[in-house]
Structure formats: C-alpha cells, structure tokens
Design a protein. Structure first.
Lengths: 337, 314
C-alpha cells in the first residue's frame, strides 16, 4: 500500500453522560468510537459500514476536527492532525472536507447557491482572487452537473439530489485531497443515489480524491469502495479489500449485513442470517466481544476475551484479511451474491 | 476503483426536477429578494402607511391639532363630541382628540424603545448562551430565570418607587427612560429564551458543521449562519411585544408609578378614563382605538417582513 494520506490509530471518542443541574456528575460514558485504526491511501475509497449508532458519524466528526477526540492519534500526510492549531488547522482544512448526510439541513436556507459554494473562498481568500470567485463557483456548479446560471437561487428551489450536488461542490471548492462522505446518499431516492455515486466516482478520477465513505448499507458502497471497514458498536470488526469483504466475509456480523442486501432477482433463494434484537447501548457495551449478544456463534470465550482485529494464523480460524472474531470463517451458507 | 456502474450517467441529469423551479425568484441577494416580495404585499403598504401616519403624529402633533392637550375646562367635563372638540372632552374637560394626538409620541417612544431594548439585550444574551453553550449558557439562563421570576407589576413597583417617590412630578425624559429601562430589565429573559432556543437548534444544523469544517470563525458562523436563521422568531416576538409593552406602560401609569401627568400618553388616558367609563365612554374608547390601530399596524408589518425574509415560506 502506498504512503497513506490519512492514518488513524486507536481513535477513541467517549461522550460523558452527566446528571445534575448545577453540579454535574459524570455517571458514565457513551463509547461512540472505541479504538478505531484505519489508513487511507491517496486516491482510494475506504468504505466504513455499520448500523445506525455504531459511531460512524462520530468518527467522521472527530476526523474533521469538529469534536475533540478522547484519545488516539491521527496523521495527515505525516503530521499530527490533533495537534494542529490556528493557521495550521485552517490551512489543513483546505485538504480535507466533508459531505454531510442530509441535503435538507446541510445548506443554509438563507444563502444563495453562489454564497454557499463561494463560502470556502471567503474563508480562504488566498485560494481565489476576489474577481475570479464568481467564475470559480460557476465552474464548480458545472463540474457537479448543475446549471451555472442557478447561482442566485436558494437551496429550497432544488431537489434533494441537486442539493447534495451543491454540498459536493462546496466540499470540492478548495480542491481537497480527502473528502469524508458521511452517508451522502442515505437521504436520497434510489435512482438519485446512483447518480450521486457516479458523480462521486467521476470526481475521484478527475481530481484524484481520496474518500472516506461512510454508509450503513454494504450495497451502496459496493461499486465505489476499494477497501471496506465494517464497524460495530464503535470498533472495526472486519476490514479488507472490497473483494475480500464481499466474497469472503469471515465475521458473522459482516455476513449478516451482506445477507441483508437485497438481490434484484426474485428467483434467487438464499439463506439469510437474521440478527435478533437491537444494538446494545454503547454506554454499557457487553464484555468480551461486543457482538456476542447477537452472534449465532457466540460461546463462553466470547464473553471473556475481546477478539483482536487480526488474521489468527494457525488456529483453524485463519483469514486472509483482519477480522475480530474468535470463530472467523468464510461464509458457509450461500454468498450474498 | 473496482467498477463504476455506468448505467446512469451523472452529469446533466435530473432535468425533470430542475423544471419544477420557478424562474422569477432569486435574482438578487436575500435583502433584494425580500424587498421585491414585500413590495407586492398590500398588507405591508397598509401597515407602513398607518405607521407613517403615527410617526408623523408623534413627531409633529401640531400638524393635526392646534389645541393644547393640557388645557382643562371643568365646565365642559365629559362633553360629547362636537365641532369644538371632535372626539369630546374628558373628566377634566380636556380635548380628547388633541390629547390622543399628543399621546402618540410618548406611547410609541416607550413601545419602540422597550421592544428594541428587550430584543437587543435578550437576543444578544440568547445568542451567546445558545452558541457558546456549557457554563456560559448555564450562567445566562440562571440569571434570566431570576429576572423572569420577578412578577412584572411587583418588579415595576419596586424599581420605579425606588427611583421616584409616588406622586412626585418628574420630567418627561426621565420618566420615559425609567419606564423603558424597567420594562427591559423585567422582560429581556423572554427574548433571551426565544433566541437561545433558536440558536441552540441552528448550531446543531449541518450547515453550521459544514462551515466549521471549512474553517469559519465564530464571528462568521454567528453572523452569516446563526443570526439570519434565528432573526425571524425574535422579530415576530418584538412586534407582539410592542403592543404588550404599551399595555405594560398603561398598567404602570394606572398604578401611578409610570408615565403620569403632565405627560400625555394613551396609557395615561386609558387609566384616567377607567374610573368613569359609564359616564364618559369616549374618554376610554378613543385612546384605546388609537392603541389598537398602532399595535395592529406593527403586528401586520412584522408579519409581512417575516414572510418576505424567510425564503422557506416563499
């Protein structure tokens, strides 16, 4: 693998749970992100997949320096990301941008599209001279497939898909190296999802972007991602290339997720792994393996020892890509193809 | 990149959705568009005409009447409307029309200054509390609760009798300032709460996150993103409070601690008339009518302005 542009090690984000009005006492912690490590190479797409509430969006916000981490490190092009302050932080923001999930709340309703897409240039005036901005904004609108004439319109005059394109244009304005896509298509219709995903992959080729692509559904990221990391309750349970994950998933949670992806062929019958119950509270996660409360393979050892994310060679549960399961094995049943 | 699923090409797609957007809107900025929208509202023109008349009345009362509102002729006490005094005379035989015209200035001054002061103080505090959060929010909210917990009339009595002995004759500027400050001190928590709630909500919006991710400083975030989106509820609040404050001024006048003779205001007139409503109804009716028209005009204006500057309503 090439030198990663973004390298995250043991990232932890705990939110304190407090009680009391005047004198707040901390009575516990929500472990939203609990020891996540990942690498992102220039120009590649890393998918981060997991259920709602597994900490994906928190991970994105910590990496965007919107909320401070509890512990762990992240390096951006070899520099400590969490140590950046002031001018260095502002300069770094040009290199890493975010596309947010909900196109209806991610655009300020009182500003025109020109204001919204041009705001990066207002904040970083060194990027584009003042007289050049209008042209740059129109160029960006064209790049994301919008009519550059619409520069004076307001967000509410656009559809969901078009709004998401505006959000993408804003993220693209400063020519970042990395874009964090926080479920950019989850709020869109399926037909519009395909268009936005295609746009993202076109832009990746054109500008050499690296994506950290967050999604709650393995189906969506399938065509876009080079590598995939599956998250459960704040930790990565399995990671590998798209091929390894989709064809040879070895963690029971990944297998269950894959079996839930709909197959567009009504004649195909396949075994489905149904997960019972809800995700346990991240404020009080289960001992040992966090997935054990819902895992069909759970045994005593799972409650005692948290499985490490690794290859487990020579144990009978060896895998070709890192998996956090004591009983990792290739899918026995039918593949979710 | 494993596969790029070329079934649907992205660019230039969604033509059917783009067609639904009307072409007339959105040529200028927020204010230009808002003004264009406002100009088409009859309600706006009616309200602003009324307010303009009231303002002229307040600034140049001699344009409307040449009668001195303070001249009393007890022989004419409670006289019915006549060519001599078009709206009749009050208990002390003063010309009600002249008094109502001259009452516009103090009434509007108190209403406007109190609304302005309440909104400025309250909105500033609410904005800081809602945006900064944590201990700043706690402090501002608790202090606001202390002031909001004081009953208005009790607070008004305490403050105004501390500065003026009851029954003492005080200058107009002094008593107007005192009444305005009393109202502001006792009412700012209302505006603060509205602003704080709005700022809390807007601070959580994704577009604020996006601005922070772009590296926007707190001034830009508050000025460009939070304030414009929180202004509408506060503006509406201010127009409603305008009427409430005129009523509060009348209540304080009634208790003998607010505006008082020789100052003429609609509130003073209403409280004076209350004792003899059955005998001299015109003394209560006409200042109350002026009051209602003034309050209505400001509420209508506020309504029209809110509609115009909230693009979601278009």
């Amino acid at each position: 693998m090439r030198e990663p542009v973004l390298s995250v090690r043991d990232l932890v984000k705990h939110f304190p749970v407090t009680r009391g009005v005047l004198f707040r006492r901390t009575i516990g912690h929500v472990r939203a992100v609990d020891g996540v490590s990942l690498d992102l190479a220039p120009g590649e797409t890393l998918g981060v997949v997991g259920e709602s509430g597994c900490g994906k969006s928190t991970l994105a916000q910590v990496l965007m320096r919107l909320i401070p981490p509890t512990s762990g490190t992240a390096q951006f092009e070899g520099e400590d990301l969490f140590a950046k302050r002031g001018a260095a932080l502002k300069a770094w923001r040009r290199d890493m941008q975010i596309v947010l999930q909900d196109p209806y709340t991610s655009l300020n309703p009182r500003r025109t599209v020109g204001d919204i897409v041009g705001e990066p240039f207002d904040i970083h005036p060194e990027v584009a001279p003042k007289g050049d901005r209008r042209r740059r904004v129109q160029e960006l609108l064209e790049v994301v497939g919008l009519n550059p004439e619409h520069i004076r319109r307001y967000p509410h005059q656009f559809s969901g898909g078009q709004r998401q394109r505006i959000g993408i244009a804003r993220a693209l304005a400063l020519r970042p190296k990395v874009i964090v896509c926080d479920e950019p298509v989850s709020a869109l219709d399926v037909s519009i999802q395909a268009q936005v995903l295609n746009l993202l992959s076109d832009l990746q080729r054109e500008f050499g972007l690296a994506y950290l692509f967050i999604a709650h559904d393995l189906g969506v990221v399938r065509h876009l991602c080079d590598r995939v990391a599956v998250m459960y309750l704040g930790s990565i349970v399995e990671t590998g290339t798209a091929e390894e994950i989709y064809a040879r998933a070895s963690h029971p949670y990944t297998q269950a997720l894959l079996s839930s992806v709909p197959v567009p062929d009504p004649t195909v019958r396949r075994a489905r792994i149904r997960l019972e119950g809800d995700v346990p509270s991240p404020a009080d996660p289960p001992s040992g393996c966090r997935f054990r409360t819902r895992c069909p393979k759970a045994q005593e050892v799972c409650a005692e020892q948290p499985p490490a994310l690794g290859l487990r060679p020579g144990t009978g549960h060896a895998t070709d890509h890192p998996t956090a399961c004591h009983f990792a094995e290739p899918p026995r049943l039918v593949r979710a193809e | 990149m494993t596969d790029t699923a070329p079934a649907l090409r992205a660019r230039g797609a969604e033509p059917d959705e783009a067609a639904a957007v009307d072409e007339s809107a959105g040529r200028g900025g927020l204010w230009v568009d808002g003004w264009a929208q406002l100009r088409r509202r009859p309600l706006f023109w009616i309200a602003s005409t009324l307010i303009l008349v009231l303002l002229v009345m307040a600034l140049w009362p001699s344009l409307f009447t040449s009668v001195d509102p303070r001249v009393a002729d007890l022989a004419l006490s409670g006289a019915d409307p006549s060519p001599d005094a078009v709206l009749g005379r009050d208990l002390q035989g003063r010309d009600i029309y002249a008094r109502a015209i001259h009452g516009a200035a103090p009434t509007l001054t108190v209403g406007l200054l109190a609304s302005l002061g309440t909104v400025l103080v309250g909105a500033m505090a609410g904005l800081v509390a809602g945006y900064r959060g944590s201990w700043v929010d706690g402090l501002v909210s608790r202090v606001g609760e202390v002031f909001a917990g004081l009953p208005f009339i009790l607070g008004g009595i305490v403050i105004l009798t501390t500065f003026n002995q009851p029954g003492r004759i005080v200058g107009e500027v002094r008593i107007v300032t005192q009444v305005v400050l009393t109202i502001v001190v006792l009412s700012w928590p209302l505006a603060m709460r509205i602003m704080r709630a709005a700022a809390l909500e807007i601070s959580q919006q994704d577009y604020v996150k996006a601005a922070r991710a772009l590296g926007a400083g707190p001034l830009r975030i508050v000025g460009r993103h939070i304030l414009p989106n929180t202004l509408a509820p506060v503006l509406v609040f201010a127009t409603i409070q305008f009427g409430v404050f005129i009523g509060a001024e009348a209540a304080l006048s009634f208790l003998g601690i607010g505006l008082r003779d020789p100052v003429v205001s609609w509130g003073v007139m209403i409280s004076e008339a209350q004792e003899r409503v059955a005998d001299i109804p015109q003394a209560l009716f006409f200042p109350a009518a002026f009051l209602v028209v003034a309050v209505l005009a400001f509420v209508m204006l506020g309504d029209a302005v809110r509609d115009a500057f909230d693009p979601r309503g278009r």
